[in-house]
Design a protein around this ligand. Sequence first.
Ligand SMILES: [Zn+2]
Length: 503
Amino acid sequence: MLLRDVTLPGSSAVTSLRLRDGVIAEIGPGLPAHAGEAVHEAGGALAIPGLWDHHVHVGQTAQGYARLDTAGIASVDEMLRHLHAALQQRGDGPDALVGFGHRLVDMAGEPTVAALDAVTGERRPVVLIGGDAHHAWMNSAALAGLGLAPRRGIVAEDEWFDAVAHLDDLPGVSRDLEAGVTRMQQDALARGVVGLTDMEWATNWRLWQGREARMRVRTATYASGLEAVPGPSGTPLGSDGLVTMGPLKVIADGSLGSRSAYCRHPYAFSGQPDAHPLGGGYGVLSEVAEDLVALLSRAAERGLGAAVHAIGDAAVGVVLDAFAAHGSAGRIEHAQLLADEDVARMAALGMRASVQPAHLLDDRDPTEEVWPEHAAESYRLRDLQDAGVALLMGSDSPVAPVDPWLAMAAAVHRSADAREAWFPAQQLQPAEALAASTDGVPALRVGGQADVVLLEEDVFAPVPCGADGLMLEQAAREAAARLRAVRPLATVVAGELAATRCA
Ligand SMILES: [Zn+2]
């Protein structure tokens, strides 16, 4: 394919890109179209390297597409109307409908099986899962399909936890999931995403062998699946080479939200140490982290790199000790809270930091609450960048959407609202955020993969700084707003047009 008349970041000169056999074969002005070659007239659009989301849970994200959204529904009557409309849209058929999101405390009226049956009929199973995931309101067909006894009301707690594991037994549920995977890919491609790392809790490599990949996918495995992997990291899993074996994923600690990220200092709870079940604790180190060196060795024997989830500063320290002892380098997922010495150690060991800048928008207030004296040590993107640690940006979708533009905007401005930037000393320049959102590709070049995104305008100009060396607040805010508003014109994966805005 010939991409005719593009501009490259930092230059106003118009040039063209020839893509052949999945790589960029030529870059230069006035390239002639060859016989039989597809030509895409880019009209001067900015051409940037394809974007990556380095941390996605594909299954959970896809379920979000497949499920009827019932969040915010305020009464049983409203739910029944919502459901009726959804069923009409889907037409007749035996396929189950799964909803997600309602909260019983917000919903007036009694959720009975009989009321659901009256709307759904007897044939099609309907499962409405509460937003807390601790209960579901089902009709008689769903109860029967899941082997549950008839009843008047909802299924909750342990009975529900047992039932949810068999949801796939209901007709159409796994097909809906696969339809969600397709839609997730379409949306990601429309945002310029050409690749992702799938961190789902599943045998991802096997699932992806049965899927149509429209973008590049690296399939992570967890330790339990290590012995069964089809080959080392990078092994192609299909004939087109888009899906490849990814890293071993390991979870070393918990999270900020559940106060379980493993820290060098105790959590603070607004002066009431007993106000939380884990109050005053240091978080938790997972069992597997205690024997991480052995696990890294088992992975290395199979040619797999490792991506280790560590959010608290103490967990990061333990993980770095393990990589140092093993003598290899890998990825730290999140690296949310970092001691000074560990920023330097990450650089010295050649570790990469897989970070999710959009989370800082949500974590800003909780961080100030539970780590008040250490908030400045969170999301140290600038410190990592300056130390020479390669940044890999992602979303951890469904925690945040698969949207690299949101991630880049958060990395640049570090504020989701009218407040000024949170720790502006850690801001990244737009071009740095872009580089961290690719697969380590700083610029399009001859011989590189033919993964290209076309944009209407250049939104990567440097943000001016003041005398203190920090970005000017208003300028950073505006730069982030421009990034958030980007809708790519076209996305090219492996030399093929995969999404276009003006189809
Ligand atoms: Zn994750």
